[in-house]
Ligand binder design. Structure first.
Ligand SMILES: C[S@@+](CC[C@H](N)C(=O)[O-])C[C@H]1O[C@@H](n2cnc3c(N)ncnc32)[C@H](O)[C@@H]1O
Length: 238
């Protein structure tokens, strides 16, 4: 099994809105939409959600758009991203229910037992210490809280990683910088087994780790039902 290699730290500083927006636009239909469907199913009946490593806030904003009773904290380590969330939420007219938060996954700026739903998409591979981040999620989750953590899954070999990055890069017409970043993400990602071990060591209970699509892994609390389908056809008027 190929060893985990964190992305260079400059990559995080350079992980600016442009690349994030480019990537999410490219794979929105294949990755972000299914994630959003599952998140919406889990958000039913809940009052607030926290998106960790939210990037430009597109998931938080869509979730707030489709779930009019939900308040979403959109948290990121990058000030640029937090500013992008502020602007994008205002443009989408959900600025009153999407709160941009500057914060680190390993020191969540939320009280114990306070969050109904924790979400995170494509962020765990950035964390040098995923177990600490998962321990923080356990701390802030309210009783009966839910979580959906999805990230890419580390391939077994560098060759497979390269085939994936270049295969998707070709199909989705990623530019060279996005392909490089995707490849680095694959090298930095956890395996399903590592995610499960980290969750157990963090003291999470009632979770399930499943391979999702074939190059992603989901950690869900509670063990999640099958994703709802056919619910993203029409946006409610707002
Ligand atoms: C690949 S982007 C994904 C963004 C968004 N979730 C999406 O799916 O488009 C990863 C994000 O995680 C953020 N991030 C990295 N390390 C973090 C940390 N320790 N705490 C919070 N956010 C972090 C980065 O700034 C970046 O915006």
């Amino acid at each position: 099994m190929m060893k985990r290699t964190l992305e260079p730290s400059e990559a995080l500083r350079d992980n600016d809105a442009d690349i994030c927006v480019a990537v999410s636009k490219k794979h929105s239909r294949w990755v972000d939409r299914p994630f959003l469907r599952k998140a919406m199913a889990m958000a039913a009946g809940r009052r607030q959600a926290l998106d960790i490593g939210c990037g430009n806030g597109h998931i938080a904003i869509e979730l707030a758009t489709y779930c009019p009773d939900l308040n979403v904290f959109a948290m990121d380590l990058s000030e640029d991203m937090v500013e992008a969330v502020r602007q994008n939420a205002a443009t989408a007219r959900v600025g009153d229910r999407v709160a941009p938060v500057l914060g680190d996954a390993v020191r969540l700026p939320f009280p114990d037992n306070s969050v109904d739903l924790v979400l995170s998409l494509h962020a765990v591979h950035h964390f040098p210490d995923p177990q600490s981040a998962l321990r923080e999620i356990r701390r802030v989750l309210a009783p009966n809280g839910a979580a959906l953590i999805r990230d890419v899954r580390r391939p077994r070999t560098p060759l497979l990683a390269s085939l994936l990055a270049n295969g998707f890069g070709f199909l989705l017409r990623y530019g060279a910088d996005v392909r490089r970043k995707y490849l680095e993400s694959l090298h930095a990602a956890l395996t399903a087994k590592e995610l499960e071990t980290a969750a157990r060591a963090a003291g999470l209970e009632g979770f399930r780790v499943v391979q999702e699509q074939w190059h992603h892994v989901d950690l869900t609390i509670p063990a999640c039902p099958a994703p709802a389908t056919g619910i993203l056809h029409a946006k409610p008027n707002n």
